[in-house]
Design a binder for this molecule. Structure first.
Ligand code: ADP
Ligand code: MG
Ligand code: ZN
Length: 495
């Protein structure tokens, strides 16, 4: 395993297990599409409304009502198909999947079964490995059961929200790869602007199918399916744990039972939920209320022509146009909002600041704050305008890069515009040669031994003098000027 899954020991696949067994992982991702209304009715899809306020006879599952397909859902779904290079079927079919659950009052879910709207395609991982897709299909979400102390409730606001289910081939080989695959999918649906990809709010949900097989065996082992993993961290932990659990069963002469598992993030363990249904249990049949879904070649062509720039293409452009390296380009394009932030800042800084400098500040200082303070990348409290202003102050030598870090910290903790912070705290860089000479002479007078050594050939001591001068000036002197003048003043002492 290239990198162990984070978390407590025992939740990661150990090397001794991986020397004997090969993990095989396939992911099913349920991705809510961000249309204004639901898949088969006009109810709002907005998150956070009072329970059962976004409902109507159709999504409540009343008998005798008729579903009407939301055309926007189909357009969004086709966008996704095109982005992963899948084939869009000209004719596909909505089917009823029958099962009983309180959050599904009509007793069946409308989904696509043997004739989904697209097939094939895939996603390239950061390692370069290509993961093939089995299929993507359109389906409706179910409602939500809410469990309280003495009673349970059903909230049907979510019932009928459009989903695409994205099913990968069993080709992922480690928890790492599974997480990377998922991050790529998420960045794709966000770039396509078809989903907000929010794991915590449940608009992007992942089930992981995990099996192991003795190294060298061709046939796949029996899989277990871990349901509803709601963070990248939990996905890695759950899969890592499951690999070890299955190895333990096989090592002790047991057999893996195909079953559905749940993951407890507290204990880091998976446990059985129910035995796995077979598809014939669901009695799928074409929904008689919905005709076949026809997607014309012309409609696909229109959608293709309007596709936005995708993360991979954007990363290539950043490398080509801005001279960024692979790492910066991949990181900055991993999220749509982050890429916009970078491009906006870059546009505002002007020619005196290199794109690489802008990238460095965003990938290090800015992203550190985004992660620790959980900033919303769509509207971070530290705006692109303010970051650009800060970088311009470095570019025109008003402040040094070092002082800029102090100003940045103040911007983060107290807010405010960088120019004002610099003014209020008296941080403007000193570029007045007279003032610089005065400090330099003071430092040189105080260090006669180092001066003699330097003049005797120990030129490395220049760093010592620069450090002393910067310290004496509170870091405010222009470092380029300090270097130049220092050498002159030292040379002058030769005579
Ligand atoms: P279902 O809908 O019943 O879960 P699918 O055939 O749609 O079944 O498969 C779901 C997922 O399980 C796919 O992502 C597939 O890659 C994965 N999968 C299938 N067989 C295995 C296996 N032996 N090991 C790991 N993953 C598997
Ligand atoms: Mg499944
Ligand atoms: Zn409705």
């Amino acid at each position: 395993m290239s990198k162990p899954a984070s978390g407590t020991s025992g939740t990661q696949a150990s090397d001794s297990v991986l020397a004997r067994y090969e993990p095989v992982i396939g992911l099913e991702v349920h991705c809510q599409l961000k249309t204004a209304s639901k898949l088969f009715c006009g109810c709002s899809t907005k998150f956070g409304a009072l329970p059962n306020h976004h409902t109507c006879p159709v999504c409540l599952g009343m008998p005798g009502v008729l579903p009407v397909l939301n055309a926007q859902v189909v357009d969004y779904a086709v966008r996704m198909a095109l982005a992963i290079g899948a084939q869009v079927a000209e004719v596909s079919v909505f089917a009823r999947k029958q099962y009983f659950y309180p959050d599904l009052p009509k007793g069946y879910q409308i989904t696509q079964y043997d004739l989904p709207y697209c097939s094939g395609g895939g996603v390239r991982l950061s390692s370069g490995k290509f993961v093939n897709m089995t299929r993507i299909h359109i389906e409706e979400d179910a409602g939500k059961n809410v469990h309280a102390d003495s009673a349970s409730f059903v909230d049907l606001n979510r019932a009928g929200i459009p989903l695409i289910e994205i099913v990968s081939q069993p080709e992922l080989a480690s928890p790492d790869e599974a997480a990377d695959y998922l991050k790529r999918l998420r960045s794709l649906v966000r770039a396509l602007d078809i989903s907000d990809g929010n794991l915590e709010e449940g608009s992007f949900r992942c089930d992981a199918n995990v099996s192991i097989r003795p190294i060298g065996q061709k046939t796949l082992g029996t899989r277990c399916e871990i349901k509803n993993l709601n963070s990248f961290r939990n996905i890695e932990k759950a899969i890592g744990y499951e690999i070890l659990r299955q190895a333990d069963v096989l090592d002790n002469g047991g057999a893996i039972k195909q079953q559905t598992l749940q993951f407890d993030a507290g204990t880091g363990r998976t446990s059985a939920m129910r035995s796995k249904e077979d598809s014939h249990d669901y009695r799928y049949f074409p929904d008689p209320d919905l005709g076949p879904l026809r997607i014309s070649k012309e409609r696909v062509a229109v959608i293709r022509a309007a596709l936005p720039e995708l993360p991979e293409a954007m990363a290539e452009r950043f490398k080509r146009e801005h001279g960024l390296n692979d790492y910066d380009a991949a990181l900055l394009t991993s999220d749509r909002d982050l890429a916009h932030y970078y491009e906006k800042t870059l546009k505002l800084v002007g020619a005196k600041v290199q794109p690489k400098i802008v990238a460095n500040w965003i990938t290090s200082e800015f992203l550190r704050e985004v992660n620790t303070r959980e900033w919303n990348l769509a509207a971070p409290p530290l705006t692109a305008e303010h970051l650009a202003e800060l970088l311009r102050l470095i570019g025109d030598e008003t402040i040094s890069g070092k002082i800029a870090k102090t100003v940045f910290e103040t911007m983060v903790s107290e807010g405010g515009a960088p120019a004002e912070i610099v003014k209020a705290k008296g941080l403007v860089q000193v570029s007045d040669t007279g003032a610089i000479i005065a400090v330099i002479d003071k430092v040189l007078d105080a260090s006669p031994k180092q001066v003699a050594d330097y003049l005797g050939g120990a030129e490395k001591l220049i760093g010592f003098f620069v450090g002393a001068v910067m310290k004496e000036s509170g870091g405010k002197m222009n470092p380029g000027l300090v270097n130049k003048v220092l050498k002159e003043r030292l040379e002058a002492r030769k005579k």
